[in-house]
Design a protein around this ligand. Structure first.
Ligand code: PLP
Length: 397
């Protein structure tokens, strides 16, 4: 049987061998990192080494990294009215987020609903700077949360320009770099971010570990989500996930060395994939293709073909893809990202996402394309036949 082809790296990346080795090495560490004896110090050393590697990935100081259980938790930790800047101990008066944020940001953290505003995106899925500039007027200390790259379309957001607008208005900028880290440069200072979220499992580390990074000492997370012991400088209580954090550090160190090469490898394959896809199905719509995107992501749809049918057909062909639609309580909802981009619900329901990784090969893309030829022609045929049947009876069965 042919090997399976994994093209769902934005959902989660394969674990890097370096991360797996660091995980294996750290699992037997007996000590609690808060203990002062030798066993405790060995566990502490594993964490602090990882902290340096994660900090280096985003150009921060190790002391500004807070380890969390996930990107989701890091986002929730960041989104609090109680974030203070030294010398200005007043709460944030508004949270502004883009219309295409991940659900962990859309949930708004500890901001009440009526304090949250949404910033529209354009048809290419890029946040509108003009709308952001209008929205910060009338706020005095906003917290703005923008993703650096969208998980569905891969579209890169104008974060540097947004930072200027936010800072000119006296605000703070949180950047969710979960999908961008390891794929495009993510230097916290160059981006102009005050806070930045990363997640281990999207860069080849284990699932269940993330970090919130601050740009400088003067930013205080005055409202920890989890209180208790003084771990993570009192910002995240709970005995640390030593092995997970050690593996996160190893993944960060590896991706820092390899990012540029891996990105050009993935981009070449993604371009090949889109070129061939358009040749096979000239009607295909690739969302956000006019904007700058992550090198590994493509989200496309063909009118009349439903994503869930495509995903199942491809799974049977041995290929793992995902849809751009969210499934909640058994009903497939068109994605909020495509809705925000003004894509019609029928087209959005067909959105299929392919996301590539560093082990993806040209042979994987060829396998996908061969399967697409088969699946798309079968589904289009099925679609036109059922349309014909519907037309004859004048109504849907
Ligand atoms: N932010 C973005 C943009 C994501 O794509 C994800 C996960 O898919 C998250 C946050 C959440 O990260 P985690 O899975 O570590 O909770």
């Amino acid at each position: 049987m042919a090997e399976r082809v994994y093209l769902d790296w934005n959902a989660t990346a394969l674990m890097r061998p370096q991360a797996a080795a660091a995980l294996q090495a750290a699992l037997p560490l007996a000590g609690n990192p808060s203990s002062v004896h030798a066993e405790g110090r060995a566990a502490r050393h594993a964490i602090e080494h990882a902290r340096e590697e994660v900090a280096a990935l985003v150009g921060a100081r190790a002391g500004d990294v807070v380890f969390t259980s996930s990107g989701t938790e890091a986002n929730a930790l960041a989104l609090s009215p109680a974030i203070e800047i030294s010398g200005e101990e007043r709460p944030r008066d508004r949270l502004l987020i883009s219309a295409i944020e991940h659900p962990s940001v859309r949930a708004g953290g500890r901001f009440p609903r009526d304090m949250i505003g949404e910033i529209a995106v354009d048809g290419d899925g890029r946040v509108s700077l003009a709308v952001l500039a209008d929205a910060v007027v009338g706020t005095s200390r906003p917290l703005v949360s923008l993703m650096l790259a969208n998980n569905e379309t891969g579209v890169i957001q104008p974060v540097v320009e947004a930072a200027q607008i936010v800072h000119a208005a006296g605000g703070l900028l949180h950047v969710d770099a979960v999908q961008a880290a390891g794929r495009v440069p993510c230097d916290i200072a160059a981006l102009g971010a005050d806070l930045l979220t990363v997640s281990a499992h999207k860069i080849g580390g284990p699932k269940g570990t993330g970090a919130l990074v601050r740009a400088r000492e003067g930013i205080h997370l005055a409202d920890p989500l989890i209180r208790g012991g003084g771990q993570e400088r009192g910002l995240r209580a709970g005995t640390e996930n030593v092995a997970g954090i050690a593996a996160f550090g190893a993944a960060a160190a590896t991706v820092r060395q390899r990012r540029a090469d891996e990105a050009s490898h993935m981009l070449a394959l993604r371009d090949l994939l889109e070129r061939e896809l358009r040749a096979i199905s000239p009607q295909v719509v690739v969302f956000g293709s006019a904007a700058e995107r992550l090198p590994n992501t493509t989200l496309f749809a063909l009118e009349g073909i439903k994503a869930e049918t495509v995903i199942i057909a491809f799974d049977l062909e041995g290929i793992a893809l995902s849809s751009g639609a969210a499934c909640s309580s058994g009903k497939v909802q068109p994605s909020h990202v495509l809705a925000a981009m003004g894509v019609s619900p029928p087209l959005a329901r067909g959105a299929v996402r392919l996301s590539l990784g560093w082990t993806t090969t040209e042979a994987d893309i060829e396998r996908f394309l061969a399967a697409w030829r088969k699946v798309s022609s079968a589904l289009s045929k099925g679609c036109s036949e059922s349309k014909g049947a519907k037309d004859e009876r004048g109504m849907a069965a």
